[in-house]
Design a protein around this ligand. Structure first.
Ligand SMILES: [Zn+2]
Length: 167
């Protein structure tokens, strides 16, 4: 599957999440042969569940799969994966992680690369606009989702790019 098509599935999930009043981060897991194995979105607000991020929700919806199913698969996610979702992708041997944007938040990309996962950042303005809108409206919910009290940009200790909004 074309990366932009995979990201479109993830973005659709993120938009549904926004409509539900949730954290608008979505994901889609696509097999090597292009089959969509699962889709999901952050369900912190909707289900009161702190571990259902976009990627983990997607993995849950994909259900139990043999390890071979993850081989060569791609996790599409609208936002750079946090430490928890980075770990889940590594655990299941997902081959590629395609990220909508990493300006709002930079998660475990360096760790993914270090563990041999291909990381592609598409720099999607639609993904960023959705997060900007959400963080401006509900900064406290966003901080809660990434486990901080005040806005941070990067889990990798990298400073926000110049011009990045400090919402
Ligand atoms: Zn996460």
């Amino acid at each position: 599957m074309d990366d932009s098509k995979g990201l479109a599935l993830a973005l659709e999930e993120a938009r549904i999440g926004y409509g539900e009043g949730g954290v608008p981060i979505g994901a889609a897991l696509v097999a090597a042969d292009g089959r969509v194995l699962g889709r999901g979105r952050n369900m912190r607000v909707q289900n009161g569940n702190p571990i259902l991020h976009g990627e983990t929700s997607c993995l849950q919806n994909a259900g139990r799969l043999p390890s071979s199913a993850y081989r060569g698969s791609t996790m599409f996610t609208t936002l750079s994966p946090c430490d928890m979702c980075t770990g889940a992708c590594i655990l299941y041997g997902i081959a590629r992680v395609v990220i909508g944007e990493n300006e709002t938040y930079l998660g475990g990309e360096a760790y993914l690369k270090q563990r041999g996962v291909e990381v592609v950042v598409l720099g999607s303005p639609e993904c960023k606009e959705l997060m900007d809108k959400f963080i401006a409206e509900k900064p406290d919910v966003w901080n809660e989702d990434i486990g901080v009290e005040e806005r941070i940009y990067s889990r990798e200790g990298i400073k926000a790019p110049t011009g990045a909004s400090d919402a």
